[in-house]
Design a protein around this ligand. Structure first.
Ligand code: ZN
Ligand code: ZN
Length: 207
């Protein structure tokens, strides 16, 4: 018998990754070796952590219960501030814009077929900037606030960015000043929509 080959059984803790003797692990019947994954030190630390977390949550709950008015006021102030940020302003603008479109008694004549036609005409890309996307939005060339209907000719595919920029603006006023203005694209849009020029300025836009 060689006593040197007799090994002291060890196990690696799955938390601290240290190799420890078996008596440093708690029991866990459901495991093959009948021992915990975590050493006793880590187990204790985990237990304490959970207990602290529970205590913290309970404190938060009590705080909320005792300070309902204060929290309400805080939220009110926060949303007031949010409204003044760029994101907040945009969100409000979009909300108003969408509501106006719904409120107007629009004639919904654009069928799926028409939309496909429009997409084909613009090569499945944004009519204003040319970006290809499979999430193009239905964009009113003549905005509904200015009497534009939801008809085949009045709808062009637009990316989210261009749609957000255009909103209720007049096509000419907006597009020629837009960072992504492109004469060829404007011509194409006019071809699709069959919009006639109303002023010389509009014609000049194409020169
Ligand atoms: Zn450990
Ligand atoms: Zn675009």
């Amino acid at each position: 018998m060689n006593n040197n080959t007799e090994k002291i059984k060890m196990k690696v803790c799955s938390s601290c990754k240290q190799e420890k003797t078996l008596d440093e692990f708690g029991k866990r019947k459901t495991n093959k070796d009948g021992l915990d994954y975590l050493c006793k030190v880590c187990k204790r630390a985990e237990w304490q952590k959970n207990k602290d977390l529970e205590k913290h949550r309970e404190q938060q709950r009590i705080y909320r219960l005792n300070n309902q008015e204060k929290i309400k006021e805080y939220n009110k102030q926060y949303s007031k501030k949010y409204k003044k940020t760029e994101n907040g302003k945009l969100a409000r603008k979009m909300y108003k814009h969408n509501r106006r479109s719904r409120d107007k008694d629009l004639i919904y004549t654009l069928s799926k077929e028409y939309w496909e036609e429009s997409l084909n005409f613009f090569n499945n890309s944004c009519a204003y900037c040319g970006k290809k996307s499979n999430r193009l939005q239905h964009e009113h060339v003549v905005p509904s606030s200015k009497g534009g209907h939801y008809t085949k000719q009045n709808i062009v595919p637009a990316c989210k960015e261009c749609n957000l920029s255009k909103l209720d603006n007049d096509l000419f006023e907006w597009y020629v000043n837009y960072s992504k203005y492109d004469k060829k694209k404007l011509e194409k849009i006019l071809k699709w929509t069959n919009i006639k020029f109303e002023s010389q300025t509009q014609q000049l836009a194409l020169l």
